[in-house]
Design a binder for this molecule. Structure first.
Ligand code: FCB
Length: 451
């Protein structure tokens, strides 16, 4: 039996991603201010085992070695996020030079190692002092974010040529302000919708600032688009799926690409509709250079009168023979292709990056901390294969990033789930590449996968 290599387009960008709060640690060092996650992890019972990101992977102190490891693993592009409160400890006003310097050094270290840096401005770590003024619910947050963006661009955008504004604004709005699973832990749908609106405006503002500053790279927004399948063909299940789709997909995609919100959904949520001023949607609908798509899993949706605001019950969906990840997320590789094609067909076939894809697996290490993670390799390979099909079907997919390079702090689940290509021993901070890291190096080298 001979293997076939599925080749990816020339210049296809392979990478790995990580985020500030999940790996950096040093939560109160060198002048860093408090973020909502620094506060949230200290709130009784909100994170499994009382875990915090205070130390995490200690990346703040180990950055040079971590970059050297990325180089050894042949990673062409590394996606990092900036912690707002390292740059502006109070969220606005006084700039903290030491905080900016950390990212400056990171970017130079990456470039010296021949690795392209990709930056994201916001990955959920909002400044606590601005949260005290209402957080994203306060309309001033648009300007606060714009001012922060300008400072970051002025320091880094001469060398960082791919920028994301927000990572997963749905998570920040709905887990942060509706279910309260994430910081700031608020349970109020009206606030969640207002947050989504202001985050979208802040995105538009940052894009405008980036263009006006003339840095000439690419900028876009990163959305989490899970697959959704109606549990049956009943009208009720289809309508429930539509509601979830409107909240998670159309609420963000429509304003960014079409300059309008999904009216059907706004009619449904009634009094929870956000306050929108004239001109807001024009600000949101700035031309972007790419859409970042994070895809992990697919769910089936059925109508359930006890199913929250959307009256929907969500159940993990797995393709036959795949089962679930350690997060209890259903594995459905074809779902990534459906999401990509949904964007291609409904939003003008924009340039896309898969900005996150990967899985937490049980990861039993041997006595040397080595993890033979064939299950992770199988997952990633199947998703890459589905993406190859999407490209053949005409999608403008430009790159793919594995989440994540290191095991890290997985939000409300703390350290109980491991997503890394590299194992982190949290006691010693030792890093040990897993089998998947070596396998991924091979994919990058071949610019494709063997099937
Ligand atoms: C995404 C987040 C990322 C990580 C993965 C597993 O939703 O952007 O920080 O937690 O899920």
């Amino acid at each position: 039996m001979s293997n076939t290599t599925l080749h990816f387009p020339k210049d296809f960008l392979w990478g790995t991603a990580a985020s500030a709060y999940q790996i950096e640690g040093a939560y109160n060092e060198d002048g860093k201010g408090e973020s909502i996650w620094d506060r949230f992890v200290r709130w009784d019972a909100h994170v499994l085992n009382g875990d915090t990101g205070d130390i995490a992977c200690d990346h703040y102190h180990r950055m040079p070695q971590d970059v050297a490891l990325l180089k050894e693993l042949g990673i062409p592009c590394y996606s990092f996020t900036v912690a707002w409160t390292r740059i502006l400890p109070e969220g606005r006003g006084q700039v903290n030079a030491k905080g900016l310097d950390f990212y400056d050094r990171l970017v130079d270290a990456l470039l010296d190692a021949g690795i392209r840096p990709k930056g994201t401005l916001y990955h959920w770590d909002f400044p606590q002092l601005l949260q005290d003024l209402g957080g994203w619910v306060n309309r001033d947050s648009v300007q606060w974010f714009g001012d922060y963006a300008q400072i970051v661009f002025d320091k880094l955008a001469d060398r960082v040529k791919i920028w994301g504004t927000h990572n997963e604004p749905w998570v920040a709005s709905f887990l942060g302000y509706a279910s309260g699973f994430h910081a700031p832990g608020i349970c109020d749908f009206t606030k969640a919708y207002q947050t989504a609106h202001h985050m979208l405006m802040a995105h538009g503002k940052a894009v405008q600032i980036y263009r006006d500053s003339g840095y000439g790279g690419e900028i876009g927004i990163i959305l989490n688009l899970n697959g959704l399948i109606p549990a049956s063909e009943s009208e009720e299940d289809i309508a429930a799926t539509q509601r979830v789709h409107d909240e998670t997909h159309a609420l963000f995609l429509d304003p960014v690409f079409k300059g309008r919100y999904p009216q059907r959904h706004f009619d449904y949520i009634g009094a929870h509709q956000p306050q929108i001023h004239e001109g807001d949607l024009q600000l949101i609908q700035q031309p972007i250079d790419f859409l970042g798509l994070n895809y992990y899993n697919t769910d089936t949706v059925s109508y359930d009168v006890f199913g929250g605001l959307n009256k929907a019950r969500i159940t993990p969906y797995s393709s036959p023979g795949w089962g679930k990840t350690d997060m209890h997320w259903g594995i459905h590789p074809a779902g990534i292709k459906s999401e990509v094609l949904h964007i291609k067909e409904n939003y003008g076939n924009p340039d896309l990056y898969i900005t996150e894809n990967g899985c937490a697996m049980p990861d039993g290490p041997d006595e040397n901390d080595f993890v033979l993670d064939w299950d992770r390799i199988r997952y990633i390979k199947a998703h890459i294969q589905a993406l190859h099909e999407a490209i053949e079907a005409g999608a403008n997919l430009k790159g793919y990033f594995v989440w994540s390079v290191f095991d890290n702090f997985e939000w409300e689940r703390g350290y109980s789930n491991r997503f890394g290509l590299v194992r982190v021993n949290y006691e010693t901070q030792e890093r040990t590449p897993k089998q998947s890291a070596y396998w991924y190096r091979g994919v990058i080298k071949k610019n494709g996968i063997e099937i």
